[in-house]
Design a protein around this ligand. Structure first.
Ligand code: PLP
Length: 219
């Protein structure tokens, strides 16, 4: 068995064994950014469904043909999305985790209508108020969700949380869990290679795992 598939099985087992996991069906997004498709192949051949990238161009180059050949693959956009890249993003991705402003929401809606598609969206919330990071502020999240849902009818399925590096993520996961419940959203995108077990303690339904599957990234 390939090492990458072994690691996936281990992460899967860890998640299943978690006793107080409120959502045992947590899905693993294999984050393939910077890695060549050859390195990812064992997971594709294994039938893994969810893959994540953080750049539109890289995702298109890497996944366009592969998605045609493997129709059940779902591709997740995890990185910041500029409005001038939205058209290509709506073409290649199935889920967007970085919805965080009205202009972006409006642009996504425009292209979804044009292409007759409806993607799944997560609203990224900047719980730590980090200036350099994308995400809407928690105080604006309720009204922004209302706008997306009721005014432009985007299919928002949950919140996305990306806690600050080098800090204990627990308090941020708790904030995300509470706000997600308040909004009655069903999905929750949080947890990465170093903290996914903590994230599922707070109800994460999509963990985003890169280095724990594919090894350290060079860039
Ligand atoms: C790169 C990335 C991940 C995966 O990070 P790892 O620590 O390698 O698991 C998850 N989420 C986002 C938004 C990322 O950009």
């Amino acid at each position: 068995m390939s090492i990458v598939l072994e690691r996936l099985n281990k992460v899967q087992a860890d998640i299943s064994q978690r006793n107080n996991n409120p959502n045992p069906s947590t899905k693993i997004i294999a984050v393939t950014k910077t890695f060549e498709l050859d390195h990812v192949k064992p997971l594709i051949n294994h039938g893994h469904i969810h893959f994540g990238e953080n750049k539109v161009q890289e995702a298109t180059n890497k996944w366009k043909e592969t998605k045609k050949l493997n129709a059940k693959i779902k591709l997740h956009m995890l990185g910041k999305l500029q409005t001038n890249k939205v058209k290509s993003a709506v073409e290649i991705f199935d889920y967007i985790h970085s919805l965080d402003n009205k202009k972006l929401a409006d642009t996504i809606k425009k292209y979804e209508n044009q292409m007759g598609k409806k993607l799944f969206h997560f609203i990224q919330v900047n719980f730590a108020d980090e200036k350099q990071k994308s995400g809407i502020l928690p105080s604006d999240a309720v009204s922004f969700y209302g706008y997306c849902k009721n005014e432009i009818h985007l299919n928002v399925i949950g919140l996305m949380c990306f806690p600050p590096f080098g800090k204990d993520p627990t308090s941020f996961f708790k904030l995300a869990y509470d706000l997600n419940n308040k909004l009655e959203l069903k999905e929750l995108s949080m947890g990465m290679s170093n903290d996914y077990l903590k994230a599922i303690n707070f109800g994460s339904t999509f963990v985003r795992i890169g280095s724990a599957l594919f090894g350290e990234r060079k860039i």
